[in-house]
Design a protein around this ligand. Structure first.
Ligand code: ZN
Length: 357
């Protein structure tokens, strides 16, 4: 990706001394590869845009996703990602002009308030000052406080659900609580069977660090189940290399269930605690783990040992090539985020803030 190399070369010198990079990277699982033509488009113009069906389009820069709905009055978009140094900046205006030349952007819907997904909204508003900006009321409340010109405050909000109609097209917005952060919404085109839900499911990939950096792990897990309640064929998940399907949601739920099962078995097995005590004592001497000075160190050893037991199980199942007979389960990024996903769940369960059904 030439543009990416150019961007990285412009960055100031990066110090890698304290950053852990695995010395061997697994190959990308086939299930996580770009669909045909996507990587080539991103390399040549910084984005890819294609019609999913019936005038609803997917725009991506290879990591972030935007939904665009062409109507006879203009274009409605969902999200406008922030330009970041890691990827080509998402040229939403260029992509929209390519599929709907001369059409204005009439509506901009925010999936949620996080700046990486909507920090390009100011650029859209500047180009189309009359654009209607729609979001959940909690998103508006947060953005009003932030006063960030990159994320203009919504002009219209809703609490539970809302239907947006324009130029012969209809999409429905729904809210089911803190499925990633307060105000994270489900965007559904029922006729076209397309659903956009961001930072909940990661098609072909493991969830981003610490279960997508979600505020409430239990509600985030419920969000995955809620996705399956919708009638859809195509999921725009907000991230990574491709669009998703119901099978991707089921695959991620299996991944999460493996973490839950691992927690239950490790917490029911006192050997993890004894291993942590033994590991500390073997370095600092017999009985050292129970010295006052070791209080935090013992907790740290216990959490690390529990988390590692969980991530070892996930590594064997989900890292491409780790289990040659079962490569269909492999998910991209497993080597990077298995540990932190296990840790996020373990901490939430230990503190009793995840309800187990
Ligand atoms: Zn987010």
């Amino acid at each position: 990706m030439k543009s990416l190399i150019a961007i990285v070369m412009l960055l100031p010198a990066i110090v890698f001394a304290d950053i852990l990079i695995p010395d061997t990277a697994p190959p990308l699982p086939p299930n996580a590869e770009f669909p045909q033509g996507v990587a080539e488009d991103i390399e040549s113009k910084g984005y890819h845009v294609s019609e999913i069906r019936d005038d609803i389009f997917w725009i991506t820069n290879g990591d972030y996703h935007v939904m665009a709905v062409k109507t006879y009055k203009g274009v409605m978009i969902v999200d406008a990602p922030e330009p970041l140094p890691f990827f080509p900046p998402m040229d939403v205006l260029g992509a929209v002009a390519e599929v709907a030349p001369g059409y204005p952007i009439t509506h901009m819907i925010y999936s949620h308030a996080h700046s990486d997904h909507i920090g390009g909204a100011g650029i859209i508003k500047e180009a189309f000052p009359d654009v209607k900006i729609i979001a959940h009321r909690k998103t508006k409340r947060l953005l009003a406080k932030m006063n960030d010109p990159k994320r203009p405050v919504p002009t219209k909000t809703f609490s539970k659900s809302m239907t947006v109609k324009s130029g012969g097209k209809k999409i429905k917005l729904h809210y089911y609580g803190n499925t990633h952060m307060p105000g994270n919404i489900f965007v559904h085109a029922p006729k076209e069977k397309i659903l956009m839900v961001v930072d909940v499911t990661f098609p072909g990939w493991v969830p981003f660090r610490r279960m997508a950096l979600s505020d409430n792990i239990g509600e985030w897990i419920k969000g995955n189940k809620k996705v399956l309640d919708f009638d859809f064929d195509t999921l725009i998940a907000g991230h990574v290399t491709r669009l998703g399907t119901r099978a991707d949601v089921e695959a991620q739920m299996e991944y999460v269930q493996d973490i839950i099962d691992s927690f239950d078995s490790i917490m029911g097995d006192p050997s993890t605690l004894f291993n942590a005590i033994g590991a500390y004592d073997s370095v600092h001497g017999p009985g050292a783990a129970f010295e006052t000075s070791a209080k935090w160190a013992l907790f740290s050893a216990f959490y690390d040992a529990s988390t590692k037991a969980c991530s070892d199980l996930l590594d064997a199942k989900y890292i491409e090539g780790a289990n040659p007979g079962d490569n269909l389960k492999a998910l991209a990024g497993a080597e990077a985020f298995n540990f932190s996903n296990c840790e996020a769940y373990f901490v939430a369960r230990r503190l009793g803030v995840v309800k187990v059904d």
